[in-house]
Write a protein that binds this ligand. Structure first.
Ligand SMILES: Cc1cc2nc3c(=O)[nH]c(=O)nc-3n(C[C@H](O)[C@H](O)[C@H](O)COP(=O)(O)OP(=O)(O)OC[C@H]3O[C@@H](n4cnc5c(N)ncnc54)[C@H](O)[C@@H]3O)c2cc1C
Length: 376
């Protein structure tokens, strides 16, 4: 009996489990390790921050998906890897051996800790949930009338969208409380890589929400001196254990993979999504992890001796949809951009369909493209 070990409840691993339900590989034990049974879908996280969705609505129930696939679901976390001995170490102290390993563990953020300031890092998402809900539940958050200073560090899609969403929630809770909001980013513009018109729309949405934007500004401790809440979305980073896990990694610690999504140094190890790095690095966006899913599924089967592998070809342009918190959203594709309420409705429909697809027991389209036509 061989063992296929999946580490992380990321977007691509949802597809592996889904495929395994209808076509398990004979004589293979499928095991998945994740710190939590519920895996939040990041595209809907801003909607949850805004109060549009409940937390369970934005999550794929991986335990149920694993059960439907006949896989063993282990609530734990990888802390170390020995690719030569084909084993992983878990936070609980347990060790697991594998024949074929797949890593879909996302990325993380290293936010500073500042005394007297509420720091909310946008990753890991499980910790963000605890921190956000604990802060909202504090009596002083709900009752204080003194002006509240909120600072977002990070001018990418996640930073812009999450700040606008957080402001919606805070203003709905205390309409009379003044909020001083700002966004700072090292980049020369918002939404680097998006259509220029999308960046202009993001500036307009932030201005309408009363946010002052400072471009080309690095975070310094003095920023924290003048804020009550520091939201952190500055640049996806590799998990610390990746740096010395024995696999070939980039200077940033991301696992280097070939076109079959295999580690350059250890082909029995596959890596996808944010934790992996392509020769020509891809942006850290969920759409790539989603699109790698079907390719990974086929290649893991091939690695187990079932079928032929295939190459992952990254899409040249991706459609990104960014909610502005006012019932509208911005679409960006190549150098094209549109904004409107219909864009928000489209985003909502796509995002809900994506989660529904992996929620076993609900009717869902058979192929990810039906739920997610290139968009996140
Ligand atoms: C607020 C926010 C909004 C975003 N919105 C968008 C968007 O609209 N469109 C878009 O394309 N991208 C978006 N992104 C980026 C997107 O989140 C990531 O690119 C995407 O989630 C990467 O997917 P993944 O499958 O690689 O990993 P993830 O979805 O992050 O999944 C990784 C999984 O691995 C688990 N894990 C982590 N470490 C371990 C470990 N040591 N052991 C076991 N399990 C582990 C985690 O708990 C998690 O379940 C957003 C990011 C944020 C923070």
């Amino acid at each position: 009996m061989k063992r296929l070990l999946l580490i992380g409840a990321g977007h691509a691993h949802a597809q592996i489990l889904k495929d395994w339900i209808s076509a398990p590989v004979p004589d293979t034990e499928l095991v998945i390790v994740s710190p939590s049974a519920l895996s939040p879908y990041s595209g809907m996280v801003p909607g949850w921050l805004a109060g549009t969705y409940r937390y369970d609505e934005i999550c794929i129930p991986f335990d149920a998906l694993a059960a439907a696939a006949g896989a063993r679901f282990i609530v734990d976390e990888l802390t170390g890897l020995d690719p030569d001995c084909r084993s992983v170490q878990l936070a609980s102290g347990a060790t697991l051996d594998f024949d074929v390993l797949s890593l879909n563990v996302g990325s993380t953020l290293h936010a500073p800790q500042v005394d007297g300031v509420r720091v909310l890092s946008l990753r890991p998402l499980g910790k963000l949930r605890e921190a956000w809900e604990a802060w909202l539940a504090e009596p002083t958050t709900a009752t204080s009338s003194r002006p509240l200073a909120v600072t977002m560090v990070g001018g990418g899609a996640a930073g812009v969208e999450a700040l606008l969403a957080a402001l919606v929630r805070l203003r709905a809770r205390q309409p009379a409380r003044p909020i001083r909001a700002r966004l700072i980013t090292e980049s020369a513009n918002l939404l680097t890589g998006a259509a220029p018109a999308a960046a202009r729309s993001a500036h307009a949405a932030l201005a309408a929400a009363g946010v002052s934007v400072r471009l080309g500004t690095a975070y310094r401790d003095t920023v924290a001196d003048s804020t009550d809440v520091l939201l952190w979305a500055a640049g996806a980073q590799a998990h610390a254990w990746q740096r010395d896990c024995g696999l070939a990694v980039s200077t940033g610690g991301f696992i280097r993979v070939d076109e079959r999504l295999r580690s350059l140094s250890h082909p029995q190890v596959h890596a996808v999504g944010d934790c992996a790095e392509w020769t020509d690095p891809l942006p850290k966006a969920g759409v790539y992890a989603v699109r790698m899913g079907p390719v990974l599924s086929r290649n893991l089967r091939a690695a187990l001796g079932a079928g032929e592998p295939t190459a992952y070809v990254p899409q040249r342009r991706v459609l990104s949809l960014l909610a502005t918190g006012d019932g509208s959203a911005i679409a960006s594709w190549g150098c094209w951009s549109m904004q409107g309420r219909w864009v928000w409705r489209l985003k909502d429909r796509i995002d809900r369909a994506f989660v529904r697809r992996y929620t076993v027991g609900t009717a869902a389209p058979d192929h990810p493209a039906d739920a997610d036509p290139e968009a996140r």
